[in-house]
Design a binder for this molecule. Sequence first.
Ligand SMILES: [Zn+2]
Length: 253
Amino acid sequence: MKLSGYNIDILVTGFPGKSVCHGSLGWSTIVLIRHRDRLALIDVGAFGHRKLLLSALEERNLSPSDITDVLLTHSHYDHALNWVLFPKARTVIADIEMNWALEQPWGETPVPELYVRELNLLPSLVRAKDGEEVFPGITMHLAPGHTPGCVAFKLAGAEHDIIFTGDAAKNRAELVSRDTDMTYDPMVSANSIEMIWNLWTARGGNIVVPGHDVPMDLDPDGKPRYLARREAAISAWYGDTIDETTIINLVID
Ligand SMILES: [Zn+2]
């Protein structure tokens, strides 16, 4: 995606699903935004993303040290854990989210307790407030419900805006239904999704990039329309040799 002055690459496209027998899947979206001499990542993923993220950067002749800014939608492991790859980057998280994450009892939530504790000591950590400009042209908007301090980021482009919703609205189903799968209060989440819709419909051509789905704009009837093809599959060893693998495609057309 291109906007005047910005180059936007979705390095990893999130997937709107959960594992049935093995707990959460955590396949979240990671976006690279280039603007002049600044390079920002919106969310950084978890352990499973590491190789993917590093090779996506390498394909663009970039290394982790080139990243100047990390913008975290919230503290959950599948979005925030890999901040350790970018310790020099200016790392932004909502002040409310950081305070909440530090207070979470160990072993009970998707907050990576020790990574959050270390993040709090990072000299380049920025605890941002609602409405704050956290990167040139990008404002942070509190969108609680999934967690108390989860946020959406709005990139205000010359042509249109792009709204990165993180897990405030994880996927198309949550956006359309205003209902959420993981929330501490469905009404709080519904209000946040309404706020996201207000950002989305504020200008024609605006795009939403959810934390666990492909980017969407709105068709002439105001209905969300996918802008990319979903890609998801699992490779499994169901045979007797390591060379024999079965690909299980998770995309339904
Ligand atoms: Zn989350």
